[in-house]
Design a protein around this ligand. Structure first.
Ligand code: ADP
Length: 257
């Protein structure tokens, strides 16, 4: 459902993503991990069609994000880490606005709005102005809006940061349930405990390159570690750093100008 084929993105001389290939089937909950600056945001932006690759191809459901962007984006919802809401609308008005944007007809839109209000337990505040919402209320409202049109691909950036334990539980249950219904979920997160609990497969990116991809069991085997995901992640990224430093040391020194 999500395919990246040898995708490279350069900003000037800086290579942010370097020959990245991923093939994520429908209904998989895929977690994408990496240290700061590894290339996660750049990858997500290319998957949403907000940036084009310098080389390689990104497609959703077989539709190329560059040549068939409209059709690819219709399959997609993206929930950023900083949820955006219109402050002068109530939650319900915001949901109606998003339903109209997706072109849901009136009855279908109303039914879906009622469903997502129940799913995300928005009943107590959905008729208040969103400017009064806490971070958790905002995050739940944005998730509700993202699922209104029943996307086949859901891209989520750091969904649990700043949420109270009950909201975290709600979100984890929701992500698992959506994946079980067949939605493909691409989750970028530093919350390794959440990833360890939820993900079907995990990809680890470092300096723009995929340094590991598979189930937690496969990553443990690959890294010769039987610890937690945190242990595996730290071991793999530290080894990648050592290798990068060693290969840098092998490069001839730059000529003095
Ligand atoms: P992450 O989300 O994993 O922290 P990013 O995708 O934001 O990583 O960044 C990957 C690399 O690309 C970093 O070295 C970052 O400094 C660089 N980068 C990101 N955006 C830009 C930009 N607009 N111009 C130049 N360099 C950028």
């Amino acid at each position: 459902m999500i395919q990246l084929d040898k995708v490279t993105k350069r900003y000037g001389n800086k290579t942010a993503v370097d020959g990245l290939s991923l093939d994520i089937p429908a209904g998989e909950l895929f977690a994408f991990l990496g240290p700061n600056g590894a290339g996660k945001t750049t990858t997500i932006k290319m998957m949403c069609g907000l940036l084009f690759p310098t080389a390689g191809r990104v497609s959703l459901g077989g539709y190329d994000l560059v040549n068939d962007g409209d059709r690819a984006r219709q399959l997609l919802s993206y929930v950023p880490d900083q949820p955006f809401l219109y402050e002068h609308l109530t939650g319900r008005e915001f949901l109606r606005f998003i339903a109209d944007m997706y072109g849901l007809d009136r009855d279908h839109g109303r039914r879906r709005i009622d469903e997502v209000i129940g799913l995300f337990q928005l009943q107590d505040f959905v008729d208040d102005l969103t400017q009064c919402y806490s971070h958790g209320m905002r995050q739940r409202t944005v998730f509700a809006s993202a699922l209104l049109h029943e996307p086949r691909v859901l891209i989520v950036d750091e969904p649990t940061v700043g949420l109270d334990p009950r909201s975290v539980r709600l979100l984890k249950d929701l992500l698992r349930r959506e994946a079980d219904r067949g939605t493909t979920i691409f989750l970028s997160s530093h919350s390794l405990d959440v990833v360890e609990e939820l993900a079907d497969r995990i990809g680890i990116i470092d300096r723009g390159r995929l340094i590991g991809c598979g189930t937690l069991a496969a990553l443990r085997a690959h890294s010769a570690s039987d610890g937690s995901l945190e242990d595996v992640f730290l071991k793999m990224t530290e080894e990648a750093t050592s290798e990068a430093q060693a290969s840098g040391a092998r490069q001839p020194p730059l000529a003095a100008s």
